[in-house]
Design a protein around this ligand. Sequence first.
Ligand code: AMP
Length: 542
Amino acid sequence: MLGLMQNHPLLISSLIDFAARYHGDTEVVSRRVEGDIHRYTWLDVQRRAKRVANGLDALGLQASDRVGTLAWNGYRHLELYFGVSGSGRVLHTVNPRLLPEQIAWIVNHAEDRVMCFDMSFLPIVQGIHTHCPSVKHWIALCDEDKLPADTGIPHLLSYEAWIGGQPDQYPWPVFDENTASSMCYTSGTTGHPKAALYSHRSTVLHAYASALPDVMGLSARDAALPVVPMFHVNAWGLPYSAAMVGAKLVFPGPAMDGKSLYELMEAEGVTFAAGVPTIWQMLLGHTAGNKLRFSTLTRTVIGGSACPPAMIATFRDDYGIDVLHAWGMTEMSPLGTLCTLKEKHRHLPEQEKMKIRLKQGRPIFGVDMKIVDDHGEDLQWDGKTYGDLYVKGPWILDQYFKGEGGDPLVDGWFPTGDVATIDADGFMQITDRSKDVIKSGGEWISSIDIENIAMAHPAVAMAACIGMPHPKWDERPIVAVVLKPGAAASRDELLGFYEGKVAKWQLPDDVVFVDAIPIGATGKMLKTRLREQLKDYKLPTV
Ligand code: AMP
């Protein structure tokens, strides 16, 4: 017997209609590429998203045609989120920090028909447009009068002229909720990147789950600042979840330095922010250096790579701000776990609570996980045993776009490539990427643990731990360290700092001082590049 309830498909268009109808006067504020602040409301977003939908019809785009973006976090990008997917096309957010040839490869692979780009990326587009035959329309996200006279790009349109002539009424089509809505290519550290293709259903379910109190706890009383880029897994779904709850949205545009972010947060009453650790490092550097306080910010979601304990402590102890440590991946839309304590933890001493907060957290309803050994056998959840982390759920990838890489699943589970422990309460902790884990004498050493200890030293700005080949132990860990400006610490002092904090055999063999740690296009450390840089390095002989 079937239930007797209405069967409405879960569509992205319903999110923007809801936000416009019930939170129509709530603001969406953007720092623009032009440098000024743009301010309007959710009702305006809906109207202009409908103009986008009409504009795509006028360009002759069919259902499921891909519309690419090369854009910062801002209101025009937001309009494309709803106008493209809402009208049944697929939004393809491209990471502009990739190399131009990688961008061209991705655009061709996705077969984008239209490419919308911020003027900051005009040089990229000028370099690649002749190599992207599928793109029939290049659209610059600016006013008509900001378009330079001769860009060399044939038929270049300005976004404002394109949508300006379109009506702001559009009957959103109703279709199967499993229809593709947006796509994002993985970082692709080996071989070509592969794309996760999200559906309307997976996106709306992810938005529901991510707004829950133990997840991001988003509400109509929040002003949310997604610093995590809209070109990286849909800014962790915040454009959708903010529309779902009617939160104010604040976009930083290209200005992600500590000063600009701080000023925007204060001016717009930001209560909630989300981003990768490197961004917060810059923000905290600015606030500490200028003795500033946050007057409205209460919590910040930090993920994308492990959040150093020192950062959680600084936010909590110095500023009274809760850090919500989150873990996920492109293939997971992206949210998998988030770290919030349970009632049973309320009376634990602060030090014990901190140990839990460092973990990547508990799964969100909709995500199931397990850790397995090399034979695929389940491992125990004791918080110590580590193994390969597998996940499944309705917003987790089933196959890559165009079936690239074959069937990625193992008995219905997606292998994340992360190595983790899970404790008896279901809190997961990432110890490494499987390819970054250091294998010494048959034992595994967590590079994250080694990095976190270095990062707690007052002179250290950034640390990356990698394994170096060793004749007896296979591999031994070393730490590459960037010192804070003006700070000093010797190799021996830093090695001494590890004593008593890890087992003797886990102590790094060496500290190497570097000017910078290579950072990839999504803000994560590029250990492959670091290994290349240190290819002539030799471990000290004891
Ligand atoms: P991406 O698909 O580019 O978002 O990368 C996903 C990968 O980033 C995960 O598989 C993890 O290796 C890493 N990652 C994401 N969040 C965290 C976190 N909180 N702690 C440690 N690693 C993380």
